[in-house]
Design a protein around this ligand. Structure first.
Ligand SMILES: [Zn+2]
Length: 437
């Protein structure tokens, strides 16, 4: 190549092949070609398929200076795995190897299929680590992981997943499954209420709701430290599903029952109770197609075991306590319940000044069965109350331990009478049912 242009270019010394360019730079041809491709080495080409190349020494010098000014020497030799044949000198127009495409296509499809099969499936099991919720498919592959800002309190997650995660339709689109998670942040002495957090099937955050708030009783304001003790998804045929929960104060007696909009996490209805309601079930008790909430626990002011039935679309206010009861929550309308059942304390519970407590229950075709413990400890001594569909007591069955303990307490002088099945009839007679609005 001779000078191609006017007088200004005459001073330029041209290098006319890759070999000359490479020799001038004191690198291999391949390195020079890669400098052109990746590092803007000033190499000129004639347009067209079989391009001829040339370069000017002065431009190559300027390129080298620019590199050195940036604190680098000429770029290092490119790694050996770069294809030697990628840039021929001069490059031959590439043939289109169609047969190669047809050969590779099934292979690529095969690889894609393997990835499709091996991709994590829908989440079926969950676990937590220090601050993440991890969803796994049925083969134990991680489908997604959500990291929270705060570390988690490991204790609630030691129990089975049922206690801290529910899956179902939250947004009203029954084609997809969503998840609602009980988020228990690690307490550090600060006030941290537990939250409910909803996720899409793919692990995208839908919403987060903080349970509890400051409430007053006897003009005393109680802190807003609440724990979620139970949660459930409330399906509906007519409207967006709800997430129902029961959250008890961590160190005092108030208990919040809430119904959140499943799609938005907004609190739609709430009901407050003086006493912890630790179990929550969702049943269409009145068979009108829309479910009721059934909760069991204690009423602190009345010192007895309680069952509360609520309509999640209508519940409101706070439980009405006896006149002068210091546990009456203030600033609420009278509670709107569908029904409240109170179970009297047995002679043993009365003797020890203990509350009894309604615990697990099951809804049967003919009614309800409720286990009522004497005292707060889930000992072997309990009574099973059977209620019919109108919530009238039809039967009371003692656990085998009930009469054993009764005999022992009598022997030890704590009870003044022999155990008799008649006292169970007396207890049944004293069960009260308040049917609400
Ligand atoms: Zn007795």
């Amino acid at each position: 190549m001779q000078d191609s242009g006017g007088g200004a270019d005459r001073a330029k010394i041209a290098l006319n092949t890759w070999q000359e360019i490479a020799d001038y730079l004191r690198v291999s041809i391949r390195a020079a070609q890669i400098y052109e491709r990746d590092h803007e080495l000033p190499v000129h080409r004639l347009p067209g398929g079989r391009a001829r190349v040339w370069a000017y020494q002065e431009e190559l010098d300027a390129w080298k200076r620019a590199w050195e000014e940036r604190g680098r020497n000429v770029p290092p030799e490119p790694p050996a795995e770069l294809p030697e044949t990628a840039v021929p000198d001069p490059p031959a127009p590439p043939k289109r190897p169609r047969w190669l495409v047809w050969l590779l296509l099934p292979l690529l499809l095969g690889i894609a299929t393997v990835f499709w099969i091996l991709r994590p499936g829908v989440p079926t099991q969950f676990r937590v680590d220090d601050r993440s919720l991890i969803a796994e498919d049925r083969n134990g592959r991680v489908a997604w992981r959500y990291r929270f800002q705060e570390p988690l309190n490991p204790d609630p997650y030691r129990s089975s997943t049922e206690g801290w995660l529910k899956s179902g339709d939250l947004d009203g689109d029954s084609a997809t499954t969503e998840f609602v998670f009980r988020l228990a942040p690690r307490g550090t002495g600060d006030v941290h209420s537990e939250r409910l957090v909803a996720f899409t099937a793919k692990g995208k955050l839908m919403w987060s709701f903080t349970t509890g708030r400051r409430v007053k009783a006897k003009r005393r304001e109680l802190s807003n430290l609440y724990e979620v003790n139970s949660l459930a998804i409330v399906p509906s045929r007519k409207r967006t599903p709800q997430v129902a929960f029961s959250a008890n104060h961590a160190s005092a007696y108030p208990n919040q029952v809430g119904a959140l909009n499943g799609k938005t996490g907004k609190l739609e209805r709430e009901y407050w109770h003086s006493g912890h309601l630790l179990r929550l079930g969702v049943h269409d008790w009145d068979r009108d197609g829309e479910p009721e909430l059934i909760l069991t626990g204690v009423n602190i002011g009345r010192a007895d075991a309680t069952l509360v039935m609520l309509d999640p679309l209508r519940m409101a206010g706070a439980s009405m306590q006896p006149e002068g009861d210091p546990s009456q929550l203030e600033g609420f309308a009278p509670g709107v319940e569908k029904a409240v059942v109170r179970f009297p304390r047995s002679c043993m519970a009365r003797r020890w000044g203990r509350m009894n407590r309604a615990a697990r229950f099951s809804v049967l075709p003919g009614g309800l069965e409720i286990v009522v413990f004497d005292g707060n400890i889930e000992s072997g001594a309990y009574l099973v109350y059977s209620l019919d569909r109108s919530l009238n007591v039809v039967q009371v069955d003692p656990s085998p331990d009930f009469s054993v303990r009764h005999h022992r307490q009598q022997r030890e002088g704590d009870l003044d009478h022999e155990y008799s099945p008649n006292e169970l009839l007396e207890l049944a007679r004293r069960v009260t049912v308040t049917r609400g609005r």
